[in-house]
Design a protein around this ligand. Structure first.
Ligand SMILES: [Zn+2]
Length: 452
């Protein structure tokens, strides 16, 4: 087998790995690049794969930086199957059409305001393309082996992170390789920890937090303090959140704070049709997370779900303290941008980030303390208080990942570190080399390596 790194090399987005087995090709993850423009430009470059040779796409989980290029792949002529777990498929049914809709919206907006350098601006793919791509999905139950046409055997195993998220072990008669996907936390309040895995001859491991520990701050207390102080000065708490996973966890934490009367009783809005659908999917897949039926009902009782554009716009004209959770999580697109435009320049308000912020995103620049941010071609001064709930991340830190790796029965012949900013990826490499004694290197974009 041969492996080529077509994404998530030198960055956390655009996950795409090409695996060649006796002339047939498979893609593991097929994600969009987000954040830094030079990376985003790669979304528009042709993949170095003739579509007729591509036999399957294997998807670790539904996040757009892992799944979001699938509709573009189908638009460019891919006709094969896309394998994932049932929960991942349910989430993709929501996420991918929405991603297509956002692409169309952005292109429309750019054309209307004429701020795009391309005229007319084109969407990378449309909602229609995404709906077509969904017809090629096929689900595979966790921990069940499946044989592909060329004899490769694949198995998906849960790794926490978000609903349906899995690592994927692939093997032929000679050798095996394991793709970690995104690895979750050991003690997440909502997701179960990654399942212990037996390992493989070769390993591709993520490194989002390869250089960091999450610490042991009490997120509930942190969140309560932010909400109470912001409300006391008459401000609104805006939480840009990933629609899947983090939004549901935030709803749960805030519902619990309300139940315990630790925060003032102000309205809680979830303004993201996608996050609302994802919340419904969480209710449906009870066995995959820790929340009880009662907790799910409590969330519904405490939350005002904002579905229509009209409701979303009228939310901006409300001048009373409230909490708004809206996507996207790195403020790179979506409805949260309209809230940022109306809230970020007032010192009474707070903007709270709740997950990893990739380089080049508005989230990352606000956390760095920039004085103004650019939204839809215009600049807005940043006067609101900016917070980061780092302990809420859905990614394990390096200690948590090492914990998962230590349980492997097989020590890999070689490990490649991916899915990290350069400093984090290199730190993860050193941890694996020094603490586990494994042969390891950081994957480079477009590098091809031979397995076995
Ligand atoms: Zn993810």
């Amino acid at each position: 087998m041969e492996l080529t790194f077509l994404g998530a090399a030198g960055t956390v987005t655009g996950s795409k790995y090409l695996l060649e087995n006796n002339g047939s090709q498979h893609l593991i993850d097929c994600g969009l690049y987000q954040g830094v423009k030079n990376f985003r430009k790669r979304n528009w470059q042709a993949l170095p794969i003739p579509m007729r040779n591509l036999q399957s796409v294997l998807l670790t989980h539904a996040h757009i930086d892992h799944s979001g290029y699938i509709p573009a792949l189908v638009k460019r002529g891919y006709k094969g199957k896309i394998y994932c777990t049932p929960a991942t498929f349910e989430l993709c049914k929501v996420l991918l059409p929405d991603a297509g809709f956002l692409q169309e919206e952005d292109a429309r907006y750019a054309n209307k305001r004429r701020f795009s350098k391309h005229s007319p601006a084109q969407p990378l793919f449309t909602k229609e393309d995404a709906l077509r791509a969904l017809k090629q999905f096929e689900t595979i139950a966790p921990n069940k082996e499946l044989s592909l046409r060329d004899g490769l055997k694949i198995m998906f195993s849960p790794v926490g992170h978000i609903l349906g998220a899995s690592c994927i072990r692939i093997h032929n008669e000679q050798t095996s390789v394991l793709f970690s996907g995104d690895v979750g936390r050991q003690n997440d309040p909502m997701m179960y920890p990654p399942e212990p895995h037996s390992g493989a001859d070769y390993l591709v491991i993520e490194s989002t937090y390869g250089d960091r520990r999450h610490g042991d701050t009490d997120v509930m207390t942190e969140l309560a303090t932010i909400i109470n102080t912001t409300a006391a000065r008459g401000g609104t708490v805006l939480i840009p959140s990933f629609a899947v996973g983090r939004a549901q966890l935030l709803l749960q934490l805030i519902s619990e704070l309300k139940r315990q009367q630790r925060i003032v009783n102000i309205p809680l809005f979830l303004n993201s049709p996608m996050a609302i659908s994802a919340t419904e999917i969480h209710h449906k897949f009870h066995e995959l997370h820790r929340l009880t039926e009662t907790q799910c009902l409590q969330i519904d009782a405490n939350t005002q779900y904002v579905r229509t554009v009209e409701e979303s716009i009228s939310l901006n004209s409300k001048r009373m303290p409230c909490i708004i959770i809206s996507a996207s999580g790195m403020a790179s697109g979506g409805r949260v941008l309209h809230h940022l435009k109306s809230l970020v320049s007032n010192h009474r308000n707070s903007v709270v980030f709740a997950g990893f912020q990739a380089a080049g995103t508005r989230g990352e620049s606000m956390l760095r303390g920039v004085e103004q941010i650019k939204i839809h071609g215009a600049y807005y001064p940043v006067k609101a208080e900016i917070h980061n709930l780092e302990n809420l991340s859905a990614h394990g830190d390096f200690e948590e990942i090492l914990h998962w790796l230590r349980e492997f029965k097989t020590k890999p012949i070689h490990t490649w570190v991916t899915h990290g900013e350069p400093v984090a990826a290199d730190a993860m490499r050193l941890h694996i080399q020094d603490e586990l004694g494994w042969s390891v290197s950081v994957a480079e974009y477009r590098d091809t390596v031979s397995l076995g």
